[in-house]
Write a protein that binds this ligand. Structure first.
Ligand code: HEC
Length: 273
């Protein structure tokens, strides 16, 4: 009897997050960004997001890689009206594709770093990011532009010296992300969520923000690669791509849909002398 009860309790506990996923409730707060996981991350975590281009999937067999691109995973699904997109008329699907494309074209990320620094020297890295569907975008500094295998630059021996400085879309310094870090924890994070991102497709308006890091170069000399990744959504920017659910704005493609994106900046080479 007790065994049976334990089984039932176990099953119900297991179903709760699953139900949240399927009912589109942001259990872990994505979409909307991983708002409670205020820590460093790498792009592999964004398993549902689709990739901008094949380059970041070059470690996978070509057929496998293609399936994960935005063009195939997302735009083809809308075009063919598969899954949640079956609700849309042909005109609405065309509209959603055009809107999503516009978000992608206006979503950018660049990274500025010096070309050479001394071992153990402090230097500045500046990330400029724009676009996304809002309300947030995510930025991280990585060793390489590989979606599944990139690591946070700390893995190469860089040290994030101080809390990153975030200039939000309104041009003011913002602290919403680091302010969510639990009491007493260090705030020198690499992964940053930028708040206040607003997108107005009709008016052709997109937000931009910047994140500045104080980094310490590795102690070992050599050539290092470094790049930045942008994590963003697309569908919620479109009137046909967003759904109101229990007080949350959700993408039509759903909680586990392919409307999120992973985009990389150019890879910079840093000569540590
Ligand atoms: C269960 C699927 C799923 C996983 C896993 C996931 N995301 Fe997302 N995420 C989404 C979807 C769907 C959107 C796009 C919303 C849209 O199209 O407007 C999104 C959007 C975002 C956004 C932009 C906010 C928004 O609502 O547009 C950020 C930032 C983000 N994700 C970061 C992450 C990070 C970091 C991880 C790993 C820790 C992650 N996501 C894992 C599904 C996921």
């Amino acid at each position: 009897m007790q065994e049976k009860l334990r089984c039932v309790i176990g099953f119900v506990a297991w179903m709760i997050p699953l139900l949240c996923v399927f009912r589109g409730i942001p259990a872990a707060a994505y979409p909307g960004g991983p708002l409670h996981d205020v820590t460093d991350a790498a792009p592999y975590c964004a398993g549902c997001h689709s990739s901008i281009g094949l380059e970041q999937l070059r470690d996978l067999p070509a057929a496998e890689a293609r399936k994960r691109t935005a063009a195939v995973a997302h735009l083809d699904a809308i075009r063919t009206g598969s899954g949640p997109y079956a609700k849309l008329s042909a005109e609405q699907r065309t509209e959603l594709i055009a809107d999503v494309r516009k978000v992608d074209e206006n979503s950018k990320i660049t990274l500025e770093v010096p070309t050479a620094v001394k071992a153990g020297e402090m230097f500045m890295a500046t990330v400029k990011a724009s676009g996304g569907s809002g309300p947030v975008i995510g930025v991280m500094l990585l060793d390489i532009d590989l979606r599944n295998q990139a690591r946070a630059i700390q893995g190469e021996g860089f040290y994030v010296y101080s809390p990153p400085r975030v200039t939000g879309p309104d041009g003011k310094q913002e602290d919403q992300w680091l302010g969510r870090r639990y009491d007493g924890l260090e705030r020198n994070l690499n992964f940053v969520v930028v708040f206040g991102v607003k997108t107005n497709l009709a008016a052709d308006k997109f937000s931009s923000a910047s994140v500045t890091y104080d980094l310490v170069a590795p102690s070992r000399r050599g050539k290092y690669t470094i790049c930045a990744a942008l994590l963003y959504g697309t569908e919620k920017a479109s009137p046909v791509g967003r759904v109101e659910q229990g007080g949350h704005t959700m993408p039509l493609g759903g909680f586990a849909g392919p409307s999120g994106r992973i985009r990389f900046s150019k890879v910079a080479v840093l000569d540590v002398q």
